[in-house]
Design a protein around this ligand. Structure first.
Ligand code: ADP
Ligand code: MG
Length: 384
């Protein structure tokens, strides 16, 4: 919580632009579904407290009963959302501070990633009854603008686009693929619809419609492709007067990204990455992990140009952007491999923040010692 507050404080200060890249990483567990229960799944994930995730692998029922003798692995994140977490909690903890920053003319981005079926689209889009981060963010943008009750000078535009097989498409106005061009503001998709939004009411329907336009896998009719990335961009533009009373235009952009299924595609080391490259695995996801690896390692050259997704996200990954990642996981031991992969990668993504100035360092008490680990194991045993 301390770090979350400090992030808000920084976002509001003039220094904020110098802080550089940092990624806050969250993990969200979804409830076990019927199919998993019917298959006799056991839960292999425990959210021990608000920040700690504990994964235990067990091969069979005997293993499960002797859980205390199994080696598990423990990870700490900025927050760990249990399957009971509400959409509002996930939004407030992960994204509301970014909305505040965007209203101050800065950029922010939120990624959901994880295997197909792990809950990315639920987290981002949600349902009519339980709208997700995209809808709650837009709602918050409008309510914060109202609270400021400025002169009505804020203008909100939405764009919703898809990257599928290295082709960029407009989800609000499907048609020909869009071409990416470099202009003063960076890489833009030429001709992308910028929908002027006046209120939240219209937005859910608009996004659901957009989601229906997402590419479906030919082999699995009606199922949204596990290889399609959806990006919602919320652009807030407004005018302020500077010290000399000149009117200046400020633009803040929030990108909300529902990534393609990460199964097998998220590699944390270059060797694995290269071996996957030929295997017809989502190029944009591979490029994203390359960029993140390069950012983590503090490389000078970040290979944004390697894919459409990373080109589009260039200004969201590096520079002065606040970035949030939400890793979605299933509780079932049948998905253990994917869950482990997702959590490992999330753990890796945390390191990007380590390069950042020391301002935040003392606010991150990570339980790393043997005793803390042992305490966790005890807590788990009590729970079982
Ligand atoms: P993904 O986009 O990662 O492939 P989905 O978001 O489509 O996965 O989730 C798969 C299914 O699980 C959907 O039916 C969705 O409604 C359900 N689901 C996912 N997360 C949750 C959650 N936190 N609470 C309730 N249902 C969820
Ligand atoms: Mg999805």
């Amino acid at each position: 919580v301390a770090r979350k507050l400090s992030m808000g404080a920084e976002a509001g200060s003039e220094k904020a632009g110098k802080v550089g890249s940092r990624i806050l990483v969250f993990v969200r567990l979804r409830p076990m579904n019927r199919k998993e229960k019917e298959a006799g799944s056991r839960c292999c994930v425990r959210m021990v407290n608000r920040r700690d995730v504990y994964l235990t692998e067990f091969a069979n029922e005997n293993d499960y009963l002797r859980l205390n003798r199994l080696r598990g692995r423990h990870f700490t994140f900025d927050a760990a959302f249990p399957d009971s977490a509400t959409q509002q909690e996930v939004y407030s903890t992960s994204t509301s501070e970014l909305v505040e920053a965007v209203l101050q003319g800065r950029n922010g981005s939120v990624f959901c990633y994880g295997a197909t079926g792990a809950g990315k689209t639920y987290t981002m889009l949600g349902t009519v009854e339980s709208p997700g981060v995209m809808v709650l963010a837009i709602k918050d943008v409008f309510s914060k603008i109202r609270q400021r009750s400025c002169d009505g000078s804020h203008v909100v535009h939405l764009s919703y686009l898809e990257v599928y097989n290295e082709t960029v498409r407009d989800l609000l106005s499907p048609g020909r693929p869009l071409v990416l061009r470099e202009d003063k503001q960076g890489i833009v998709a030429a001709g992308l619809t910028q929908y002027r939004a006046y209120s939240t009411d219209e937005v859910m329907a608009l996004l659901q419609q957009g989601n229906q336009n997402r590419t479906t896998e030919p082999t699995r009719a009606n199922e949204t492709s596990s290889r399609s990335h959806a990006i919602l961009q919320v652009v807030v533009e407004y005018r302020v007067r500077d010290a000399a009373m000149n009117i200046i235009n400020r633009v803040g952009k929030l990108s909300l990204i529902d990534l393609a299924g990460s199964e097998r595609a998220l590699a944390t080391d270059q060797r694995t990455l290269r071996s996957l490259e030929g295997a017809n695995i989502n190029r944009s996801l591979l490029a994203l992990s390359s960029c993140i690896n390069a950012l983590v390692e503090g490389k000078k050259h970040i290979p944004y140009r390697n894919s459409k997704l990373t080109q589009l996200l260039k200004d969201s990954l590096g520079g002065t952007c606040n970035t949030v990642m939400i890793a979605n996981i299933s509780p079932s031991n049948l998905s253990f491999g994917e869950t482990q992969n997702t959590v490992h990668w999330a753990d890796r993504a945390k390191e990007i923040r380590a390069k950042v100035s020391d301002a935040n360092e003392d606010q991150l008490p990570v339980p790393e010692t043997e005793t803390d680990q042992a305490k966790l194991v005890l807590e788990l045993q009590k729970e079982n």
